[in-house]
Design a protein around this ligand. Structure first.
Ligand code: ZN
Length: 322
């Protein structure tokens, strides 16, 4: 059993900033909740992992949102990370799936993402009324493979050159076919399976960023080390911890871990919040719900939890609504 971990570190005498994470359990939970297809699972899992990594240095009350606004069949991919390591997210079309694997034998995430725009928003204290101006960056989606797009965003929008590796490995229970990494035949991607037998067997990733003090020599050295290292997915599958992943990627460069967290899939929705949302719809709308359905059901986009609002609760809201 994997334990999810997220670390924040510096390396090479503060000239590199590094983040690494194992997210197998939380990506598994996200995919179960949203019943995502294999390809949508990879897209959502990579985005949740990338969001956690980008958000690993967040301060109290800050929040980071990664939003892929895709032209392809998956629609929107959203991940939102908090300083505690909590992350939540969804895709607008969980059934979007690639019918074929790409030429590297991997799930063809690019084919369901297509083009579009990538937004990264950092806001602070909005929920307690600290109306600090959020920071929002936008770049076009240049790859559709998620990791490369996040690297492009960091270089273009935040002017930080970064190496980004994100991976999700899916396995079908009782079958050796692994979609993400096997040099597969096309048959295995169209094989019959039920979503219940599909499992996220490894997920994780890392980001290594060049600080302004890093010179070309260090960049070349790092590039050489990374090219010799296995992919993030392979390392997680082998049971590497985030520290071990970074040590493997950094090679002989020194590493100093600053912070370690246990990330999890967590959504702050609740029955009470669901009532607040309905109450905000106004008296007319609530009366309509009472008449037509004698109740209401509210489903949270972020975690797919369904909240049943009873007739009595609606009657109570009518009293207070305007
Ligand atoms: Zn929720």
């Amino acid at each position: 059993m994997f334990t999810d971990k997220l670390i924040h570190a510096t390396a090479a005498d503060n000239r590199l900033r590094c983040m690494a994470t194992v997210t197998t359990s939380l990506v598994g939970e996200a995919c179960r909740r949203h019943r995502t297809s294999p390809t949508a699972s990879a897209a959502l899992g990579r985005t949740l992992t990338g969001g956690l990594l980008l958000g690993s240095g967040l301060k109290d009350l800050e929040k980071l949102t990664v939003h892929f606004d895709c032209d392809g069949p998956i629609g929107d991919i959203i991940a939102q990370a908090e300083p505690s390591g909590n992350v939540r997210g969804y895709v607008s079309n969980p059934e979007a799936d690639a019918t074929l694997m790409n030429d590297r034998g991997k799930l063809d995430v690019r084919s369901i993402v297509g083009g579009g725009k990538l937004y990264v928003t950092r806001d602070a204290g909005f929920e307690i009324g600290l109306m600090k101006e959020p920071y929002r960056g936008m770049v076009p989606i240049i790859s559709g493979e998620i990791g490369e797009d996040i690297a492009f965003y960091l270089a273009r929008s935040e002017q930080v050159n970064s190496a980004v590796s994100l991976g999700v490995l899916m396995t079908v229970d009782g079958d050796d076919a692994t979609w993400e990494e096997t040099v597969g035949t096309h048959e295995s991607s169209t094989a019959e399976f039920s979503l219940d037998s599909l499992r996220v067997s490894a997920a994780g990733g890392y980001i290594v960023q060049m600080m302004p003090s890093a010179d070309n020599g260090l960049a070349a050295h790092l590039e050489r080390n990374i090219s010799r290292a296995p992919s993030a997915t392979d390392m997680v599958r082998e049971g590497f911890s985030p520290v071990e992943m970074l040590r493997t990627v950094l090679g002989d460069l020194d590493l100093l871990v600053l912070e370690e967290k246990e990330p999890r899939f967590y959504c702050q929705c609740s029955h009470e919040r669901a009532l607040l949302i309905i109450s905000a719809l106004g008296r007319e709308e609530i009366l309509d719900m009472l008449e037509k359905d004698h109740g209401a059901e509210l489903i949270c986009h972020f975690c797919n939890e369904a909240y049943q609002i009873t007739e009595d609760e609606l009657l109570g809201l009518v009293q207070t609504a305007t």
